[in-house]
Design a protein around this ligand. Structure first.
Ligand code: ADP
Length: 449
C-alpha cells in the first residue's frame, strides 16, 4: 500500500515536471477549494451568530413578559408558576426557569418550573445575579456547556412598579436545536466540498490527458510535415529518371521489326508502367503544392463550353475502347476559373466515369441554373454506397472492392479535384447508387462582368 502511494506520488511529480502547465490547473483547483472552504466557514459563523441572537431575543421577549407578571404575583407562588409553565411551553428551548429572591448573602428559589427546587438555595450564579441586580433594566447572558450540550443562562431583575428590586428571573435555554441545524449545514457543506474535490481531481486528470494528447497531436503534425516533405522531395527526384525512361521507350518503339511482337509488347508494358508512375508523381506533386498553398492559379473569365467539349473529344477514344458512349452538351456561360486547372478537374471526373463504368453512357451536361453554371458528369457505372460517398474526397481513398483494385489509380484524384474546384470558388457534390451509377455535380458562380 505504502509503495503504491509512493509510486503514485512519484508518477505525479514526473507528470508535473513534464507538463509545467499543470501547475496553473493545480493553483486554480486549490484556489477554488480554499475559497469554497472560506466562504462556507464564514457562512456557518454568520448562521451560528444569527441562531444564537434569535435564541437571545426570544428569551429577552419571554423575560419582558414575565417581569411584570412576577412583580404582580410575587406573593402568589402557585399562580406565578402557572404563568411560568405557560411561557416555557411557548418557548421549547427553555429547560430551567426560576425566580430567585435574595436571602441574606444567598439566593433562594421562590418559584421554579421544577417544583422540587422551590425553597432551595441557588448556588453558583452569584456573578450573573449580581450583574442583573446592579442593572435591572437589562438582561445578562452567559454561555455554559454540560456534557457536550451548550446552554444560555439569562438573568433579569424583577422590579416593582415603583422600581424597587424584588428578585431575579433566571432561565436556562438549550442551544442543541440551533447546534444540530448548524451541524447539518456543516455536514452538507462537507459533502459539497468532497464533491468539488472529486470534480477538481477529475478535471485535473482530464487536463493532464488533454495535455498529453496535445503533445501527441503536435508530434503527429511534425511527422505529417516530415512525411509531406519527404513525399514532395521523392516525387521531384523520381520525375527526372522517369522522363529519361519514357524518352528511351519512345526511341526504342521505332527500333523493333514488325514481326518482333514479343519485344514490342514488353516495351508497351514498360511504357504503361512509366505512364502510371508519371501520373502518380504528378498527383503527389499537386497534393504537396495544394497542401503548402503553392499551387498557382491563372484566373480568367471564360466560356467553359469550348474547354469541356475539347476534354470530351480527347476522351472519346478511351470511351470507345470500352464501348461506352460519351455524350456532351453544354450551354454557353461565363465563369471565372483557371482553364488549365478546370481541364485537370474535367479529365479526372470524366476519366473516372469511363474507368468505373463497364457499359452504358457517360453524359456531361452544362447548364445555367439561377446564378450558377452547373456541370453534371453522370455515368451508368458501378456506383457507390452511402458510406463510400462520405469518404470519397479523402486523400488516398479507394473503395475496397475487387473491381476498383483492377483499375490503376492513386485515390488522390478526387481530393485534388475538390481542392481545385473550391480554390476556383466552386462546389462539388456526388449522388450515387451502388450498381446503378454516379453523378458528380459541379457548380460555379456566373461571372458578373
Ligand atoms: P482513383 O480513381 O485514382 O482511385 P480518385 O480520387 O479519382 O482516385 O477516386 C477515388 C475513389 O472513388 C475511386 O478509387 C473509386 O473507388 C471511387 N470513384 C471515383 N469516381 C467514381 C465513379 N465515377 N464511379 C464509382 N466510383 C468512383
Amino acid at each position: 500500500m505504502r509503495r503504491a502511494i509512493q509510486r503514485a506520488l512519484k508518477r505525479g511529480v514526473d507528470v508535473l515536471r513534464e507538463h509545467p502547465q499543470l501547475w496553473l490547473t493545480i493553483l486554480v483547483a486549490v484556489a477554488i477549494f480554499v475559497s469554497f472552504a472560506y466562504v462556507s466557514n464564514r457562512f456557518i459563523t454568520i448562521a451560528r451568530d444569527a441562531q444564537e441572537r434569535l435564541v437571545n431575543v426570544r428569551v429577552g421577549a419571554l423575560q419582558d413578559a414575565f417581569a411584570p407578571l412576577a412583580a404582580a404575583f410575587l406573593n402568589d407562588a402557585p399562580a406565578l408558576r402557572m404563568h411560568m409553565l405557560r411561557l416555557a411551553e411557548l418557548n421549547p428551548t427553555i429547560v430551567d426557569f426560576v425566580l430567585v429572591v435574595p436571602s441574606g448573602s444567598e439566593w433562594t428559589i421562590l418559584v421554579s418550573l421544577a417544583e422540587a427546587q422551590t425553597g432551595t438555595k441557588l448556588l453558583g450564579y452569584d456573578f450573573l445575579l449580581s450583574l442583573a441586580e446592579a442593572d435591572p433594566a437589562r438582561s445578562f447572558t452567559i454561555e455554559e456547556a454540560r456534557s457536550g450540550e451548550r446552554f444560555f443562562r439569562t438573568a433579569r431583575a424583577v422590579t416593582s412598579a415603583e422600581g424597587d428590586f424584588m428578585g431575579i428571573a433566571l432561565t436556562r435555554q438549550t442551544l442543541s436545536e440551533a447546534d444540530r441545524s448548524i451541524a447539518n449545514s456543516i455536514r452538507s457543506g462537507l459533502y459539497v466540498l468532497v464533491g468539488i474535490l472529486a470534480l477538481l481531481l477529475f478535471l485535473f486528470f482530464h487536463h493532464a490527458r488533454i495535455i498529453d494528447y496535445t503533445a501527441l497531436y503536435r508530434r503527429l503534425q511534425e511527422v505529417d510535415h516530415l512525411k509531406d516533405d519527404f513525399l514532395s522531395m521523392a516525387s521531384h527526384e523520381l520525375r527526372t529518371p522517369l522522363t529519361v525512361i519514357r524518352g528511351y521507350v519512345d526511341e526504342l518503339k521505332g527500333a523493333f521489326k514488325p514481326e518482333d511482337t514479343a519485344h514490342a509488347q514488353l516495351l508497351q508494358r514498360i511504357d504503361q508502367s512509366a505512364s502510371a508512375l508519371t501520373a502518380l508523381i504528378a498527383d503527389m506533386l499537386d497534393v504537396a503544392r495544394l497542401q503548402q498553398g503553392r499551387m498557382s492559379f491563372t484566373f480568367s473569365t471564360v466560356d467553359p463550353k469550348l474547354l469541356i467539349m475539347d476534354v470530351c473529344d480527347s476522351l472519346q477514344v478511351k470511351a470507345r475502347e470500352k464501348k461506352l458512349s460519351l455524350e456532351c452538351a453544354v450551354e454557353n456561360a461565363k465563369i471565372r476559373i483557371d482553364p488549365e486547372r478546370m481541364r485537370q478537374v474535367l479529365v479526372n471526373l470524366v476519366g473516372n466515369a469511363i474507368k468505373y463504368s463497364d457499359a452504358g453512357t457517360i453524359s456531361v451536361r452544362g447548364t445555367i441554373e439561377q446564378e450558377y453554371f452547373v456541370l453534371r458528369v453522370s455515368d451508368t457505372g458501378i456506383g457507390m454506397t452511402a458510406d463510400e460517398q462520405t469518404q470519397l474526397f479523402s486523400k488516398f481513398y479507394r473503395a475496397g472492392e475487387e473491381r476498383i483494385r483492377k483499375e490503376t489509380g492513386t485515390g488522390l484524384g478526387l481530393w485534388i479535384t475538390k481542392q481545385l474546384v473550391e480554390a476556383m470558388s466552386g462546389h462539388i457534390a456526388v449522388e450515387s447508387i451502388k450498381g446503378v451509377g454516379s453523378h458528380f455535380i459541379l457548380s460555379f458562380p456566373l461571372a458578373t462582368k
